[in-house]
Ligand binder design. Structure first.
Ligand SMILES: Nc1ncnc2c1ncn2[C@@H]1O[C@H](COP(=O)(O)OP(=O)(O)O)[C@@H](O)[C@H]1O
Ligand SMILES: CC(C)(COP(=O)(O)O)[C@@H](O)C(=O)NCCC(=O)O
Ligand SMILES: [K+]
Length: 246
């Protein structure tokens, strides 16, 4: 068994994979190392022989996570490193080490699905969009706030935007004009996300013509499920991690 970890700024996603069958034996998510170790404590019955990790958290926190996992499970934790090229994808950043590792591995994972021009979206703490041409050349990408950041900044920097998060799901079931504060905010933030994604798809079409794929991953990928052409691949980063750390 192999333990895989994707350490984003909001959540540390993890799963235990049977490396022979590819079956996921266990999976979960925690917001911090302590919570992660608590969840991993229940895995002692699984014979985890190695671990691989990708992180966009600080070097200090990433090292702490690796050390605590290594101590708890007595395994080496392999950490995915930046690269100029991997799996046929050529890193398009001027300084390749600066490209977020989640973005990088999502692209590498996506390119294995179909070696064609593609737009890769990751909707999490931030929302990222990356363009890769049919030859695997990463052209660059875009970063904007995710929906949680959009919402929390409005609550943090205004005096009268106040509502319980329990009200949010019901408020965002349509993009009709909102008639309450929660409807106006939730639909406004969703509309921004929807507009960003639709713009990215249109611009990719202008650049690539009709023949390109659109992949979406991340905890909030479900928010754009109504946009046609988007293929939602929840484990896109893990797919790239398997190529970075075979
Ligand atoms: N327990 C949670 N804590 C934070 N965000 C959560 C949680 N559960 C679901 N979410 C949603 O998932 C998103 C985080 O998605 P994810 O792809 O894991 O982000 P990241 O990779 O940036 O950590 C948040 O924006 C939020 O909407
Ligand atoms: C853009 C990101 C913050 C997204 O991280 P996430 O939302 O998944 O936590 C991450 O890819 C990152 O830290 N990138 C480094 C800067 C860059 O990609 O240019
Ligand atoms: K992420």
């Amino acid at each position: 068994m192999i333990l895989e970890l994707d350490c984003g700024n909001s959540l540390i996603k993890w799963r235990v994979l049977d490396s022979c069958s590819g079956v996921v034996a266990a999976q979960g998510a925690s917001s911090c190392a302590a919570g992660l170790l608590g969840e991993l404590g229940s895995l002692v019955h699984l014979r985890i022989l190695r671990a691989r990790l990708v992180s966009v958290r600080s070097d200090q926190e990433t090292t702490e996570i690796c050390t605590r996992i290594s101590d708890a499970l007595s395994v080496h934790v392999q950490s995915a490193a930046p690269a100029k090229e991997l799996g046929g994808v050529i890193n398009g950043y001027l300084e390749y080490e600066r490209l977020g590792m989640d973005r990088w591995l999502a692209m590498v994972g996506a390119f294995q699905l179909k070696r064609d021009a593609m737009l890769v979206l990751d909707l999490g703490t931030a929302v990222t969009a990356d363009l890769v041409d049919a030859q695997g050349v990463h052209l660059g990408g875009f970063i904007c706030p995710g929906i949680s950041l959009l919402r929390s900044q409005l609550h943090a920097h205004t005096q009268r935007i106040r509502y319980s998060m329990d009200e949010a799901p019901a408020a965002s079931c349509t993009l009709e004009p909102g008639r309450t504060t929660v409807e106006a905010v939730e639909r406004g933030c969703l509309s921004m996300l929807d507009s960003f994604v639709s713009t990215q798809i249109r611009q990719a079409g202008d650049r690539f013509g009709a023949a390109f794929s659109v992949y979406a991953t991340g905890g909030d990928a479900g928010l754009i499920k109504d946009i046609g052409q988007v293929q939602r691949i929840p484990d896109l980063v893990f797919r790239g991690l398997a190529i970075a750390c075979p």
